[in-house]
Ligand binder design. Structure first.
Ligand SMILES: Nc1ncnc2c1ncn2[C@@H]1O[C@H](COP(=O)(O)OP(=O)(O)O)[C@@H](O)[C@H]1O
Ligand SMILES: O=C(O)[C@@H](O)C(=O)COP(=O)(O)O
Length: 421
């Protein structure tokens, strides 16, 4: 039948989140790391998700990478493309969600799309065009202190106005609740009025399902993983899907480590949970910046430990702000990502085979350093966080890429217990 759905994800945790959504909906999904070679086509896949690390890079580079990913997806003959970004609309002041959306629309010859980061199951809801994280508006949530993409406005309409070229209109909850035909009519109305993007309100999964129905035939869809929830049903109706394969836990033997670069409230709670029960090592950014070989020190420490362990850079907002003041915002982030990546590579060489990586940017850096090119999506540890399998050389690895914001406090231990054999 061939690949029907394609997605371009702006980070690696976001890509696995989307893959997991589609696997649960019965699609056969392949996640590829970066843009595959021109002639390289995954077999037996209904959907391919291309994981980029384009969330915080300069907008022109994010556009170029996204357009190259689109070219590859088009060559596979996909019918619909999802541009997957974060359910908390993580973006820098300069973009990249707006500029990439505009570039994809132009390249696809389209003039209208949806903007829907809502993810009700993880507490991301949209009401009157404002994004909420749990009980708090986005700008009052811990996302206001994100190291690279601090979110200081909750209005998706204003955020899009600031980033994108066209106008953004609202599809209110009352309309969404009337179902797919009413949502479609609202899209047509907005489009007729010259709007280029529609933000539909959504507070429950049923809103996402109705929205998914209304998106049947829309060439480009943009948003979080939940916007893609309803899309497989459209394909199933048309009889275009192959038989679903059961997802399975990765078969990997080897030692386990959690590598955390996320500084989110959720990740810091997960770190606090394992600190009394696991060996833990915190990396010091000042020492990294001073050129000390922190990675070598960490590797020596890791091989001397027994059982699962945690190596992390994560700090609270005050320490992150101080590090950024001393070393620069992007520089501090990159130094920590580089160090965690070097450690990951060293651990792989020392027989570690189970890696849980906390943080989207961090996962991008670590997975690339491990030489992983594709992921097989397995069962979920928490909503949006699946275990994944990957082959590197002759080795089978188990990888869990955890979005900074996802998972309860016990998630690290729960994840590794799932693999115990
Ligand atoms: N102590 C620290 N000081 C400054 N930046 C840090 C520190 N620890 C980690 N970082 C950086 O913060 C960023 C966290 O982003 P990310 O990995 O995407 O996490 P999340 O999934 O929570 O968004 C990374 O670039 C990481 O290197
Ligand atoms: O949509 C989401 O929240 C996630 O899929 C996501 O994009 C994760 O990004 P990070 O929080 O930076 O890991």
């Amino acid at each position: 039948m061939g690949i029907i759905l394609g997605a371009i994800a702006d980070d690696f945790t976001g890509a696995t989140d989307l893959c997991s959504t589609w696997v649960k909906a019965g699609l056969r999904v392949v996640q590829v790391i970066g843009i595959p070679e021109a002639g390289q086509t995954p077999r037996d896949a209904d959907a391919v998700v291309i994981a980029l690390k384009s969330r915080t890079i300069p907008a022109d580079q994010a556009i170029a990478q996204s357009l190259a990913a689109l070219d590859w997806l088009n060559a596979q003959g996909v019918r619909q493309v999802v541009f997957k970004y974060c359910s908390t609309f993580d973006s820098t002041a300069a973009g990249n969600i707006g500029p990439v959306t505009d570039a994809l629309l132009a390249a696809m010859g389209q003039d209208f799309t949806v903007v829907s980061p809502a993810f009700p199951r993880n507490g991301r809801t949209i009401y009157k065009g404002n994004l909420f994280v749990g009980d708090l508006p986005l700008a009052e949530s811990p996302m206001k202190d994100h190291p690279l993409t601090p979110m200081r406005d909750s209005s998706l309409i204003r955020l899009m106005d600031a980033q994108a070229q066209g106008r953004t209109g609202l599809v209110p909850l009352q309309t969404v609740r009337q179902g797919a035909p009413a949502i479609r009519a609202a899209f047509e109305h907005l489009r007729g009025e010259g709007f280029r993007y529609a933000v539909p309100d959504a507070v429950e999964d049923q809103d996402m399902i109705a929205l998914g129905r209304a998106l049947d035939g829309m060439a480009l869809v943009t948003g979080g993983s939940a916007v893609a929830m309803g899309l497989p049903a459209n394909l199933r109706d048309s009889g275009d899907l192959g038989a679903a394969l059961p997802s399975r836990l990765p078969r990997s033997q080897g030692r386990a480590v959690v590598l955390a670069g996320s500084c989110s409230t959720a990740t810091r709670a997960q770190i606090a949970h394992v600190t009394p029960i696991w060996p833990t090592l915190k990396l010091n950014l000042d020492r990294i910046a001073a050129g000390e070989d922190i990675a070598a020190e960490a590797l020596e420490w890791a091989v001397a430990q027994t059982g699962p362990m945690l190596i992390y850079g994560s700090s609270d907002p005050a320490e992150v702000a101080e590090n950024q003041r001393r070393h620069g915002t992007m520089e501090a982030g990159e130094m920590m990502e580089r160090t965690l990546s070097t450690i990951a590579r060293g651990l792989l060489e020392r027989g570690f085979a189970r890696f849980l990586v906390a943080g989207g940017e961090t996962s991008g850096a670590v997975i690339s350093a491990l030489g992983v090119t594709a992921l097989e999506i397995g069962p979920e540890v928490a909503a949006g966080v699946p275990w994944c399998g990957a082959t590197v050389g002759e080795r089978e690895l188990a990888l869990c890429l955890k979005s900074g914001n996802f998972g309860g406090p016990e998630m690290f231990t729960q994840a590794l217990e799932m693999l115990d054999d």
